[in-house]
Design a protein. Structure first.
Length: 203
């Protein structure tokens, strides 16, 4: 039995931090896991920038509320869910993700959470577990699932490589060139076909 494991940002939705960077005019916040493989280092950098500019959850959620899934993402996700189980495994935060989950039809989401101050300032964050994407894939495999994983960033590579089949989607040229053995796709139709083939689905 297969379960499909998808990253969220860059695969189904735009990058939240890039959208926020563009909205606020703070270019430092454009850095994502496509640029910085060390997630803890990336988050500490982001939080320091937010503190310096006096920004918190309210301002970020205003931007997220205006965001939409990537064109074709909902249809892709609906078709994938029609054919089998899907879980979204993301390093984003529950407090960020829910408006986007509504627009995607409330798929199952495993992510992290924020620690907030009394005024809504982001004081820190709590990771669901260490190496959460790889740990989740390994846990699913331990209860009898084969996994098919899709991501676009450095922090997706471990779960992609640990899966029965794994794919990159709209990744960077650098990540693609560093991982030439991982099939890479630019459109949902081709990605869906590869995932169906990997699962042995002849429907």
């Amino acid at each position: 039995m297969f379960i499909n494991c998808l990253d969220l940002e860059g695969v189904l939705t735009p990058e939240i931090w890039i959208a926020f960077a563009e909205s606020t005019g703070i270019p430092e916040l454009r850095r994502t896991t496509r640029d910085e493989p060390d997630y803890s280092r990336l988050m500490e950098f982001r939080l320091s920038v937010l503190r310096r500019h006096g920004l918190g959850l309210r301002e970020i959620r205003e931007v997220i509320g205006a965001m939409e899934p990537l064109p074709g993402a909902r249809e892709f996700l609906d078709e994938l869910r029609r054919r089998g189980q899907v879980v979204i495994i993301s390093d984003t935060f529950q407090e960020f993700a829910m408006p986007l989950m509504e627009k995607l039809g409330y798929p199952t989401l495993f992510c992290n959470s924020l620690t907030l101050g009394p005024g809504g300032e982001i004081e820190g964050y709590a990771m669901r577990c260490v190496n959460s994407k790889l740990a989740t894939v390994r846990a699913l495999q331990s209860i009898g699932f084969e996994t098919i994983s899709v991501g676009d960033s450095y922090n997706d590579l471990a779960m992609i490589r640990a899966s029965r089949a794994g794919f990159l989607f709209r990744t960077t040229c650098e990540i693609r060139s560093e991982n030439p053995d991982i099939p890479s796709f630019e459109d949902y139709h081709s990605l869906l076909g590869a995932m169906i083939s990997a699962a042995g689905d002849t429907e």
